[in-house]
Design a protein around this ligand. Structure first.
Ligand SMILES: C[S@@+](CC[C@H](N)C(=O)[O-])C[C@H]1O[C@@H](n2cnc3c(N)ncnc32)[C@H](O)[C@@H]1O
Length: 260
């Protein structure tokens, strides 16, 4: 922690170790890690995409960070994937892992998804398909009016985002405003798949304590509905009694369609 305050914004360039994040939260995906939060998230994402109805040409992921799990179940159903993040450090880590000299191969995550779907194909097939479809890793700051800082995109068919809306907005009012900004990048009838936590104020990465927005499940739903979305599915989990890494009350995977 710096100065006793919770870390956020620029701290993602200075205090957030991407390798530690992936190893802490995404390497051992069984029920003992984080009370099953991350297996819950990956299962929930798989459930949204498995029927094949959530599809389209272009997918945008917001706040990918150092780990692309939120787009992996979508890979068979889209053609062009645009990844984004605030942090230069995370974007570089992700680039190196996917295309460069990075040692991280996300095998635990790919294996998790492979075990849920087509076991006849090795996890490396999905990984290769992802690499073929990624069109870039772009800067993004949800707190700016121009959230993609000068990158101009055509409208997207699918937008995914995981655990980013929890850390960027300082309050629920700003969360609602960001939902409206994100909505402008999606076609009418397009899909939003969002993973989030609720009733939470922090999470730890190593000794660093990061800010997380204390928002209720009801507030999450109404922010997205007020931004023009119709909720198709809401899959919640309640946090286990005691977890050292975070005080989160629960988490969710939500699928919405942009209605207006
Ligand atoms: C908890 S991590 C989530 C990473 C990944 N999506 C996941 O599901 O594990 C939060 C991410 O949000 C990014 N972030 C923080 N502030 C942001 C902002 N203002 N705009 C966009 N992304 C931001 C951070 O750089 C970090 O990669």
């Amino acid at each position: 922690m710096a100065d006793g305050r919770l870390l956020r914004d620029e701290d993602y360039n200075t205090h957030f170790d991407p390798d530690a994040y992936v190893k802490t939260y995404y390497t051992v995906l069984d029920d003992t890690v984080q009370g099953g939060l991350f297996p819950f998230v990956l299962n929930g994402e798989h459930d949204v995409f498995k029927a094949g109805d959530v599809k389209g040409r272009r997918l945008l992921d917001i706040g990918t960070g150092p780990v692309p799990h939120s787009v992996i179940p979508a890979v068979p159903f889209v053609q062009d994937i645009y990844l984004t993040d605030f942090s230069t450090v995370n974007r570089k880590y992700l680039y190196d892992a996917l295309f460069g000299s990075g040692k991280q191969d996300y095998s635990s995550i790919f294996n998790f998804f492979t075990n849920l779907s087509d076991k006849s194909q090795p996890w490396t097939k999905r990984s290769d398909d992802l690499k073929d479809k990624v069109r870039g890793i772009f800067p993004c700051d949800l707190l700016q009016d121009d959230i993609f800082k000068g990158s101009y995109f055509p409208l997207f068919d699918v937008i995914t985002t995981s655990l980013c809306m929890d850390v960027a907005p300082p309050d629920v009012d700003t969360y609602g405003k960001i939902a409206k900004k994100i909505s402008k990048y999606l076609k009418i009838g397009g899909h939003l798949v969002i993973v989030g936590a609720f009733e939470v104020t922090y999470y730890f990465l190593e000794e660093h304590k990061f800010f997380s927005l204390d928002i209720s499940a009801g507030e999450v739903k109404s922010c997205w509905e007020n931004a023009g979305f119709s909720i198709q599915s809401w899959n919640p989990m309640k946090a286990p009694e005691e977890i050292e890494e975070s005080d989160f009350g629960g988490a969710f995977v939500m699928h919405c369609i942009k209605a207006s």
